[in-house]
Design a binder for this molecule. Structure first.
Ligand code: ATP
Length: 610
């Protein structure tokens, strides 16, 4: 264990979590982090960043999770506090959370110990440090196979024994995964900019580096050890995911073409799973849209990539789509989900075959292509992909003609795609990692209702049901993401569209995220029965977007005393592939509202469905 200058007491982190339970503004939260970072030696800033994000490493690393369920945790707390498991469980029922249980049981003991210490002058225990906690938690995660449960319990109990009550609460909540959603990465980046970059202006450089290498701990370490200039020179690295570029949406083809500068590539928008494929010699990684490592789910794609990407080191992006072996036809996204649920890989490969349609190239043999315009990236993509039926480049045309766009859109739909992506190809058409922008515009088929498209919103609260839904949750408070302020702003209360089984599962789904009070990242006027930490994303459709004085989404932007809301919202499905920060943004809802107004005014005509 390191000590002295390359370590700090873990108490400093536990303090931050204790304070954010009661503070309400992001500015205060950032200030707390700046104070913490200033006390942190650069050598361990990565560990501190991971710990405050409630993790040991980025999720995409092929490393095990902690693997400690509620039962093991109860055992560890009991062992560390000389209590029985029944005592721990009883207390959990009345306090509602194991973190508080550990805190309370520990404070009883430390009260006793203090008494003893006063009389016997025994030496005080050394403080628990970040490295000690981090290294021990890594050992907990790494303990696998026979006997690992006991080892995990012993390691955790050991830590808890040395911890103060407040530290015990922090450690238990960390293990439970409760801290994962508390502090947003945007806030961490702001605090890093202030601490090491001389002010918020440095935030841009940090964000760009993070977009290219989605490992905030490592980005923080480069910054803390080598300075802002070193961060400016960061380039993509094979094996480390790049945060995906995202599209805006519009419903008028003429306007879409104008917006991207007239001339454009029009590509099929496939309805599958986004995949960022990295290859270095024979090693292949596949990362999902939310940057999870999904390599093991697609051994067939790994093989295809290995055989058909003709570069030693390369990062490409595409869509993995399920198809029918007999007819060759593409199947919708839901089909892929069946594949994910099955575990026997060999049957999966036969029952749910997939095709890969590549649409971008970000890095090849030492060259960073994210800074190149789309035609250069596409040229290189066509050069390095040895195209086959299963592994190919997305269907596309190049045009500046609205009629051709509409024709291609209808062809895309009849071929099983969701619509088209219209992509700018001028000199500025770089790959904007981690950004939703107007260089890509999606044009989808869903025009059945006044609302142009479904939206993805984040659960921030829940309401108890009445009547037939008594004793369960009956509705959810949903919010959009305000990416400028890193907060979630409420849009609607949704109670329709749920099947009985969805409602039955709600308590279990929400349980890990229930909070005593509103998260500082949520902006709300409406008071739900319970507050929920922003973590879960659901797809919602409604009749139309309206103004509402009780919702806070884009409040004051369209009308001084109103926000945006959805009339007759309906739950469609969960979107586990999205993080809360991937939800529809408040800005996008403003755009959609404006589109809707235009449509009502008859200024734009949607394309007929095929
Ligand atoms: P949606 O919810 O409509 O699927 P999204 O929010 O996941 O969209 P968007 O940026 O809005 O992401 O739409 C782009 C998504 O469409 C990509 O994430 C990718 O999965 C998929 N896609 C399919 N075909 C293409 C293509 N040719 N180019 C880019 N993305 C494509």
């Amino acid at each position: 264990m390191s000590t002295g200058r390359t370590d700090i007491p873990v108490r400093l982190i536990a303090d931050v979590f204790e304070r954010i339970e009661v503070i309400t503004s992001r500015i205060q939260m950032t200030a707390l982090l700046v104070t913490l970072f200033k006390q942190t030696p650069p050598e361990i800033i990565d560990r501190v960043v991971y710990l405050i994000q409630g993790r040991l490493w980025p999720d995409w690393k092929e490393l095990p999770e902690l693997g400690v369920g509620e039962k093991l945790l109860v055992k560890a707390i009991a062992l560390a506090t000389n209590s029985s498991e029944a005592q721990v469980e009883d207390l959990a029922k009345s306090l509602g959370d194991l973190g508080k249980v550990a805190e309370q049981l520990k404070s009883r003991i430390s009260g006793r110990q203090q008494g003893v210490t006063l009389f016997s002058f025994t030496q005080q225990q050394p403080e628990l440090t970040v490295n000690k906690v981090y290294d021990t938690l890594v050992r907990v995660a790494m303990a696998q196979g026979e006997g690992s449960k006991d080892l995990k319990i012993r390691l955790l109990a050991g830590l808890l024994r040395e911890a103060s009550p407040k530290e015990a609460k922090f450690i238990v909540r960390f293990v439970e995964g409760r801290l994962r959603v508390g502090i947003g990465e945007a806030t961490v980046m702001d605090a890093l900019a202030i601490t090491y970059g001389g002010g918020v202006a440095a935030r841009q450089v940090i964000e760009r580096a993070y977009n290219l290498r989605a490992d905030l701990g490592k980005v923080a370490k480069i910054l803390a050890l080598n300075g802002l200039e070193a961060l400016r020179n960061v380039r993509p690295e094979v094996g480390v995911p790049i945060r995906p570029m995202l599209a805006e949406r519009l419903s008028d083809p003429k306007e879409i073409l104008e917006k991207v500068g007239g001339d454009a590539f029009i590509e099929y928008k496939y309805d599958g799973e986004r995949a960022q494929i990295h290859k270095k010699d024979d090693k292949v990684w596949i990362f999902s849209r939310r940057l999870e490592n999904i390599t093991h789910q697609y051994p067939d794609v790994v093989e295809l990539a290995r055989d058909h990407l003709k570069a030693r080191e390369v990062i490409v992006e595409g869509e993995i789509v399920a198809y029918d072996l007999d007819t060759g036809e593409l199947k919708p996204f839901q089909e892929l989900m069946h594949r994910k649920r099955k575990h026997e890989v060999r049957t999966v490969l036969k029952e749910y075959p997939v095709k890969v349609f590549l649409f971008d190239l970000l890095y090849a043999d030492g060259r960073d292509y994210t800074i190149e315009p789309l035609p250069v990236r596409r040229g290189k993509l066509l050069e390095i992909v040895d195209r086959t039926e299963e592994f190919t480049v997305a269907e596309y045309i190049r045009t500046s003609d609205v009629k051709e766009l509409e024709k291609f859109f209808l062809k895309a739909i009849s071929d099983g795609a969701e619509g088209v992506m219209v992509k700018a190809l001028h000199d500025g058409s770089i790959y904007q990692a981690g950004t939703r922008g107007w260089l890509w515009i999606k044009f989808k088929r869903d025009y059945r209702s006044e609302m142009i498209d479904t939206v993805d919103l984040v659960v921030v609260g829940a309401f108890y049901g009445k009547g037939r839904r008594g004793g369960k949750y009956g509705a959810l408070l949903m919010a959009a993401y305000n990416d400028e302020k890193d907060v979630f702003e409420t849009v609607c209360k949704v109670g329709s569209g749920f099947k009985d089984e969805d409602l039955d599962k709600l308590p279990e789904i929400l349980k890990p995220y229930i909070r005593d009070r509103k998260s500082p990242r949520v902006v709300a006027e409406m008071e739900p029965d319970v507050w929920v930490e922003p973590a879960l994303v659901a797809e919602i459709i409604g009749a139309e977007l309206t103004l509402s004085p009780i919702h806070t989404c884009a409040y004051g932007r369209i009308k001084s005393d109103a926000g945006l809301s959805i009339r007759f919202p309906r739950f469609i499905r969960w979107r586990p592939d999205k993080r809360p920060e991937d939800a529809t943004t408040s800005n996008e809802l403003v755009e959609m509202y404006n589109q809707q107004l235009k449509k009502i005014a008859g200024e734009s005509k949607p394309v007929e469905e095929a």
